[in-house]
Ligand binder design. Structure first.
Ligand code: UGA
Length: 433
């Protein structure tokens, strides 16, 4: 099938490239000429494990084309995916202007049978508005909602082996075409959930909110474990083995971040308020996660036992999770800002995120390696669970550091090993914290 994607952010690029891998002929459009130039050279503009190889394999063949232009190449596409960003407005609601702007440009070229599939995360009701917009332009195109559930860092496998594909539409032709698009996956027994437009849109927000909920819950339970002398890892194992609860997304840490959870739960909160259906749970999750940065600061202050002013702190990890170069809404940002306000002198290191530092910090001293970062440090803080931090040579670190405080906000190290290297060890909700 011939399909097109407008927007080559994480979702659009990974989905577009992997659709070509599934056998479709894919045209990817983006307004950013630098990005398109890189892609034409067969290179990925983002760090996503495995993506480079697929781009290099298919780029510029009939299977995968990149362009900045809306033109006649769109005339025979059977499905046009919209995958542009829906960033938060000041009040938290999703800014949908990108969706309508790109659709207006594409409508001039697509034929009347082409399905307009909205993959961008949009609040319930948006696809219906899109359908009305298309009609108001004098065009006849069915609309489908087809939310994406891939995670940064594991996007390829999430695309190829999703737990489910969700398609929402009120149009039989759209269902038929969307089933064809996903046939290579459903042939491999991937489950398809078919619904109406509003339900499909809400499934996306509901999934992210439910997962954010789990994280906020486990983080609070970690605090409770510290208060009563229990152990969060065993606790998570103990509740997670109940299949009704499930063991995923029960890792306590410095709070959730990224480009999706914080934005989507705020957008859902706005939606709830606008339809007079306030969610008390949602309000609590947002507050609990916002409070996390202060709790982490207090943990570091407690460990230090004295003012943080002029103390040298090595921060290991800046990205909002491992496996990405993305710092958007990373807990590291608010924590570093808190530490800086206390007068601490920060040296940071991240394996992939450092090129993005200037977007989030006016000035942040970055080191070339984790060992450079810990030189003369009074306190070492792990914020992101990068595999290389799990392998850190603790005796080497002890020789390089000045102090003896090691704070592991992702519970990736063993207390015994860190203690044996001569550090005092603090983690999240584990025995001894
Ligand atoms: C999330 C969802 O997991 C995807 O299904 C969804 O498609 C995506 O948002 C999106 O809407 O585009 P992502 O933001 O890439 O994916 O990252 P996650 O792996 O979900 O992690 C989100 C945050 O939760 C990270 O800060 C991570 O460190 C934190 N987290 C995750 C925890 O603190 N504990 C956990 O147990 C799991």
């Amino acid at each position: 099938m011939k399909i097109a994607f407008i927007g080559t952010g994480y979702v659009g690029l990974v989905s577009g490239v992997m659709m070509s891998h599934l056998g479709h002929d894919v045209l990817c459009i983006d307004v950013d000429p630098n990005k398109i130039e890189l892609l034409k050279q067969g290179k990925a503009p983002i760090f996503e494990p495995g993506l480079d190889e697929y781009i290099a394999k298919y780029a510029n063949s009939d299977r995968l084309q990149f362009t900045c232009d809306y033109d006649d190449r769109l005339s025979d596409v059977e499905c046009l995916f919209i995958t542009v960003g829906t960033p938060p407005e000041e009040n938290g609601s999703a800014d949908l202007s990108g969706v309508f702007d790109c659709l207006a440009s594409a409508l001039k070229y697509i034929n009347s049978g082409c399905v307009v599939a909205i993959k961008s995360t949009v609040p319930p009701g948006t696809c219906k508005t899109v359908a009305n917009f298309i009609k108001s332009c004098g065009r006849i195109n069915p609309v489908a909602s087809n939310p994406e559930f891939l995670r940064e860092g594991s996007a390829i496998i999430d695309f190829l082996e999703p737990d489910r594909v969700v398609i929402g539409t009120n149009d039989d032709l759209a269902f038929e075409i969307m089933r064809d698009v996903y046939k290579p996956l459903t042939d491999k027994n991937i489950k398809l959930v078919e619904s109406d437009l509003n339900t499909s849109e809400l499934i996306k927000y509901g999934s992210n909110t439910f997962l954010a909920n789990k994280i906020a819950f486990i983080n609070e339970m970690a605090d409770l474990c510290e208060a009563v002398g229990a152990d969060i890892d065993k606790f998570a194992q103990g509740i997670g083995l109940d299949h009704r609860i499930g063991s995923a997304f029960l890792k306590a840490g410095p709070g959730f971040g990224g480009s999706c959870f914080p934005k989507d739960i705020l957008a859902l909160q706005q939606l709830c308020q606008s339809v007079d259906s306030e969610s008390l749970i949602l309000n609590a999750v947002i507050k609990a996660n916002d409070d996390r940065a202060n709790k982490m600061l207090n943990k570091i202050k407690f460990a230090s036992g004295k003012s943080l002013n002029k103390q040298k702190i090595a921060v290991l990890g800046l990205t909002y999770k491992a496996g990405t170069d993305d710092l958007r809404s990373s807990p590291a940002i608010s924590l570093i800002n808190n530490l800086t306000r206390e007068g601490a002198i920060i040296t940071a290191y991240d394996p992939e995120g450092m090129p993005n530092v200037p977007k989030y910090f006016k000035r942040l001293n970055c080191a070339e390696s984790m060992y450079d970062a810990v030189k003369d440090a009074d306190i070492i803080v792990i914020i992101t669970e990068w595999p290389e931090f799990k392998e850190i040579d603790l005796s080497k670190v002890k020789k390089l550091a000045r102090g003896d405080i090691f704070i592991d906000l992702r519970n990736i190290l063993s207390r015994m090993e860190v203690n044996e290297a001569g550090f005092r060890y603090y983690s999240i909700g584990r025995k001894g914290d």
